[in-house]
Design a protein around this ligand. Structure first.
Ligand SMILES: [Mn+2]
Length: 376
């Protein structure tokens, strides 16, 4: 365990010990990483003898099936409650631990932070100006997932965990690394091994990851009928191909956030440097998901990475965020900057173009460089 995490762990444990009640919240529409890490933190606080609650304030319709299953099975066991219930339970010495996000607008507790006597954040996403106002935060973008951070704390504190909790934590790591295909370090493998030793069952995790056939069709239909490819910076050393996906036949089709994210992930399997996918959510806002291909360390040129997070921040800095490889957000249409999903796509296309032009090296420069070399 790194010294920074060790330092944070000691503060977290002291904060839990000193408080009467502990509340945990992940980002809205929690995924396996948010819910898994929340249950992991629950286990830590419970081991210290505390009254612990997990806040999930989403309509079950917006949740993916595996997450819904975890929540339904564990509602009583892990005190999973709504924000309104949490507000009734709060006392003058309550701690809030936010996990898997550092952005205030992505949590249900955004307007109630001052009601908690202490707020702490555990996250692995890049930090930006919207970071939650907290007493202590541990944000490490070099770690695969919030579940990896929380597992590390559980293991180093030798806290006994239920094998199912070990499975939930492994599910979070599976999700955010796409099964060790990205953001994976030797430490991630080490933590996964330790979770398996504590009873995590990958067959059970596979079961959680099973998709609904209808949702699978919706995602594939979106990709097949809605994707256009655009080439950028063709005259330079770093030509790029980028895909943009919208349901062009029925643009107002409603998607869940995780469906849009899955479509963006899947597009990276093809010959593209980055993928952008957009779709309506139930509330009539536009979900945007961006992915950028991470080039192997040895590849040349190293420059020219399309930074997914930077591009979405330029699109709408108040509603989007993420890192270079993975970013997302939900953009309001009513009273917002954009009037239609196609307007958002157009804006995205031109932001990508501007970004690449500002970074691109014209191919003539290559020749010049060769001359220079000859002269030397
Ligand atoms: Mn995560």
């Amino acid at each position: 365990m790194g010294t920074e995490l060790k330092f944070f762990k000691d503060i977290l444990i002291k904060a839990i010990t000193d408080s009467n009640k502990v509340f945990i919240v992940g980002h809205n529409e929690p995924d396996f990483d948010a819910i898994g890490s929340a249950i992991g933190i629950h286990t830590i606080a419970k081991s210290l003898g505390k009254e612990v609650y997990i806040i999930v304030n989403d309509d079950a319709l917006n949740l993916e099936p595996g997450v819904k299953k975890i929540i339904e099975e564990n509602k009583a066991k892990y005190n999973i409650i709504t924000l309104a219930e949490a507000k009734n339970l709060l006392d003058d010495n309550s701690l809030l631990v936010v996990t898997d996000t550092n952005k205030d607008y992505l949590t249900s507790t955004k307007d109630d932070l001052d009601k908690f006597s202490k707020v702490m954040v555990i996250d692995h996403h890049e930090e930006d100006s919207h970071t939650i106002k907290s007493d202590y935060l541990y944000i490490n973008p070099d770690v695969s997932s919030a579940c990896e951070i929380v597992s590390n704390i559980i293991i180093s504190e030798r806290i006994k965990i239920d094998p199912k909790v070990a499975s939930y934590l492994l599910a979070g790591i599976f999700l955010d690394t796409r099964r060790f295909k990205q953001n994976t370090s030797s430490k991630t493998h080490d933590i996964a091994e330790k979770l398996i030793n504590r009873g995590a069952d990958s067959d059970y995790v596979n079961e959680l990851f099973r998709e609904e056939f209808e949702s699978y069709c919706r995602i594939n239909n979106l990709i097949i009928n809605g994707t256009v490819f655009k080439k950028y910076a063709e005259e330079t050393l770093i030509p790029k191909q980028v895909s943009f996906t919208i349901n062009r036949e029925a643009p107002t089709t409603i998607y869940r956030r995780e469906e849009i994210a899955k479509a963006a992930d899947r597009m990276l399997k093809f010959d593209v440097d980055a993928s952008f996918v957009m779709g309506y959510n139930k509330e009539g806002n536009i979900i945007v998901s961006a992915r950028s291909l991470k080039k192997p360390k040895a590849s040349f040129p190293l420059i020219g990475q399309i930074e997914a997070g930077t591009i979405l921040q330029k699109l709408d800095e108040n509603h989007c965020g993420g890192n270079a490889y993975s970013a997302g957000g939900t953009i309001p249409l009513q009273g917002g900057e954009y009037e239609s999903i196609f307007e958002i796509e157009e804006a995205l296309m031109s932001i990508v173009e501007d970004e690449l032009n500002s970074k691109a090296i014209p191919s003539e420069r290559k020749k010049v460089l060769k001359f220079v070399r000859k002269d030397v």
